[in-house]
Design a protein around this ligand. Sequence first.
Ligand SMILES: Nc1ncnc2c1ncn2[C@@H]1O[C@H](COP(=O)(O)OP(=O)(O)OP(=O)(O)O)[C@@H](O)[C@H]1O
Length: 256
Amino acid sequence: MSSAVRVHGLWKRFGQQVAVAGIDLDLPAGRFIGLVGPNGAGKTTTLSMVTGLLRPDGGTVEVVGHDVWRDPVEVKARIGVLPEGLRLFERLSGRELLGYTGRLRGLPGAEVDKRATQLLDVLDLAGAQHKLVVDYSTGMRKKIGLAAALLHNPEVLFLDEPFEGVDPVSAQTIRGVLERYTASGATVVFSSHVMELVESLCDWVAVLAAGRIRAHGPLEEVRGSAPSLQKAFLELVGARERDAGSDLDWLGGGPR
Ligand SMILES: Nc1ncnc2c1ncn2[C@@H]1O[C@H](COP(=O)(O)OP(=O)(O)OP(=O)(O)O)[C@@H](O)[C@H]1O
């Protein structure tokens, strides 16, 4: 089994807050991989360090055999990233953004045009291609960000919460593109706290909580005998079955 990503002893601290507490991970190539964990678990921090956006305090990261921090250009040529809080060039149209991204990636102009037309079409953005990105909706921004991340046909695609704020129709479209991409041997690593989504898309998962890996492996292995990934996840992160409401006796009907 070849690895898409190898992480060893990864650490990140923000002041007193330890965000990532010594993670070891070996993510296999050609899989649809989900990085799951509750809010604040360290998913974004981990993905930022793995993709060369945030320097770790300690540890190493290798992507397709190259060290991310020693060999950043080699790694960045082989990966696509859809980061959280995606920043785009707002005053470009969707089509111009792809044209610019393609040239930055060193692709010939005619090839960029061809790929951009196909991606805009598949992602249902052809009608909005000449609109400025600043006027795009949340879902449209995710889709144009995804198109920009895919344009150079990366070996590994990293997506931070790609379905957040996306309607079901756009989610289905994104899903179709990603499934087709992994079916051809490429690797997707995406973060989410929506278990149903991860369970239906991924064949390999890593569960992160409080900056540590709680479980990782093929989906069936991590799910174990639990009826769903959600249940397995709640057990793994040690969530108590709280009586949500006993302290909120003022909430709802009755005197205000
Ligand atoms: N730039 C920063 N400065 C200070 N603390 C930070 C910073 N970035 C992250 N943290 C802290 O690190 C921890 C992990 O945050 P991170 O954003 O990686 O979690 P996450 O799993 O992506 O969460 P979510 O699902 O809510 O997006 C949190 O406690 C967060 O408050």
